[in-house]
Design a protein around this ligand. Sequence first.
Ligand code: HEC
Ligand code: HEC
Ligand code: HEC
Ligand code: HEC
Ligand code: HEC
Ligand code: HEC
Ligand code: HEC
Ligand code: HEC
Length: 347
Amino acid sequence: MKKLLLSGVCLSMVLIGSTAGASYYVGSDQCFTCHQDQFNEWQASGHPWKLRKVDKARYSKLPLPPGYSWDDISYVIGGANKKARFIDLEGYIITTAKDGSEAKTQYNINDGSWSFYHQGEKKPYKCGPCHMTGYTPDGNQDGRPGMIGTWVEDGIGCEECHGAGSDHAQKPSKENIKIDRAVESCGKCHQRGGINPAPPASKGFIKHHEQINELFAGPHSDMNCVQCHNPHQRAILVKDACTSCHEAKIDTFPQSLHGKAGLKCFSCHMPKATKSAIKENKYTGDVRTHIFTINSDPAANMYETVEKSGKKSTTAKGFVTLDYVCLGCHQSKDINWAAKNIKNIHE
Ligand code: HEC
Ligand code: HEC
Ligand code: HEC
Ligand code: HEC
Ligand code: HEC
Ligand code: HEC
Ligand code: HEC
Ligand code: HEC
């Protein structure tokens, strides 16, 4: 068991605990005592790893930007799934080499490459509302000037979703702990530009952290995230959720060419048309989209660009096109070939 949160937790108990009657944050470690299954699943997922102090992160196998040693780093952002960024001792996100010269400072996990990140800018870490537990915008965490706001636990802990849990941990009952299954409770972080059906895109890909925008743009706009996801688990362990509602396809699909080749429904209906760190090829980013509907017209365009008060912005429409769906795997073919070959694709 990791005890690293305890000092921060004790402090928050003293501060917030003094408010008479109200529950205060106790930290995810406290929940482990009675909810080991949820805790262990959650530990293996990205949520708790969103921000890690150097004492923990230095034992990961991550390389550092040029010139830096672990003694120059205060925190690591991410590094569980697609990419990692690094925070210096002042609390700013690193955007140059240690000596100030130009350098790529975002590490991409899938292929071990590096990308530029706001090269040369002084970039405060103000990402807390979506990356932390019990965030408030006031003050600076650890007194580091670059870290905007304070919080009670690094990363997305149990209490970010279930609410402050001191009352419950002392006297467990269903009444004194929150469960919120509404799509917006996940969408407050898994969005860009607000909760709406217009996922922002650029350079041929939908941008990342827009799952609710994508969901709202597609045919499953009245579903909740937790109808398919166990919120404690990694995405790749998602419940096999297509079968329950699309039975006809399930009967025939396993016998089809692609079914036999081991593809899943999401291989085509959730192509990696979204990009976080890298693109694998012209039509393959690194995040699966939640749009689902396939438009099989080879002339269809997935994106639309509008001009508002002189500023152009591109968003994805409510479907994916066959180039993104088929050509990531069938790289030597073209979209007209794909359109000719979709007949009875599930059979
Ligand atoms: C001392 C043991 C204990 C601790 C510590 C504890 N819980 Fe529980 N928890 C329980 C028990 C027992 C139940 C079942 C209550 C019931 O069925 O009436 C429960 C139920 C829950 C539920 C389900 C509520 C529902 O509506 O079904 C959630 C969510 C939960 N706990 C979250 C947490 C979180 C988050 C923490 C840490 C802040 C935590 N628990 C700490 C014992 C504990
Ligand atoms: C990202 C938000 C989120 C985080 C983080 C989270 N939970 Fe949950 N939890 C939920 C939701 C939503 C449900 C209801 C799931 C459902 O009904 O399908 C739930 C359900 C539960 C339940 C009821 C039984 C179950 O598994 O469905 C328990 C107990 C629980 N959580 C404990 C915890 C503990 C302990 C942690 C931290 C180790 C934690 N949760 C972290 C969102 C979260
Ligand atoms: C406080 C902000 C926040 C909330 C609330 C939140 N998430 Fe997340 N979620 C994140 C961030 C940030 C990541 C990226 C974590 C990483 O990879 O380092 C993430 C990652 C995930 C992943 C990928 C995890 C993996 O390792 O494969 C899933 C799935 C997910 N969230 C589902 C949910 C669901 C479902 C809910 C609601 C019950 C929810 N999230 C609520 C911020 C949030
Ligand atoms: C509106 C909420 C939100 C804001 C603001 C936000 N993020 Fe995220 N971030 C997410 C979510 C959700 C994910 C995971 C889902 C995805 O990438 O599609 C994520 C993923 C990441 C990852 C990838 C983690 C991994 O293990 O692959 C990094 C790194 C990251 N964010 C850094 C930042 C930085 C740095 C900032 C501030 C400059 C920031 N984010 C601001 C919500 C947000
Ligand atoms: C809870 C039930 C439910 C689950 C689970 C579900 N769907 Fe659906 N899906 C629907 C409904 C209902 C519609 C029709 C919506 C409409 O007609 O506007 C739909 C529509 C679709 C469509 C678009 C049909 C069209 O012509 O636009 C696709 C594709 C699809 N689902 C694929 C999937 C995949 C892939 C999964 C699993 C990852 C899945 N669905 C899981 C209920 C579900
Ligand atoms: C090899 C790619 C591929 C796989 C894998 C795949 N689909 Fe499809 N699916 C398509 C294409 C292409 C269309 C559009 C067909 C059209 O427009 O004529 C489609 C259309 C659909 C539709 C809407 C039209 C209809 O026929 O009802 C649903 C629902 C659907 N698929 C569900 C599923 C489910 C469920 C699975 C998994 C069992 C699955 N698909 C697996 C490519 C695929
Ligand atoms: C119809 C079922 C369904 C719904 C609804 C759904 N998801 Fe997913 N989600 C999936 C599937 C399937 C995957 C891909 C699993 C895999 O790659 O093995 C996935 C993947 C993800 C990923 C990882 C994407 C990647 O490739 O890195 C995140 C993050 C995520 N979902 C968050 C959410 C959030 C947040 C919501 C609600 C706004 C949501 N999902 C709603 C089925 C669903
Ligand atoms: C995840 C990768 C993947 C995706 C996405 C995918 N395929 Fe395939 N496809 C395969 C594999 C694997 C085979 C089987 C190769 C074999 O057994 O010879 C195959 C075989 C085929 C074949 C028969 C062999 C050939 O090359 O003529 C056709 C036609 C085909 N796919 C069309 C499509 C179309 C159309 C789409 C999009 C709707 C699509 N595929 C999406 C992986 C994929």
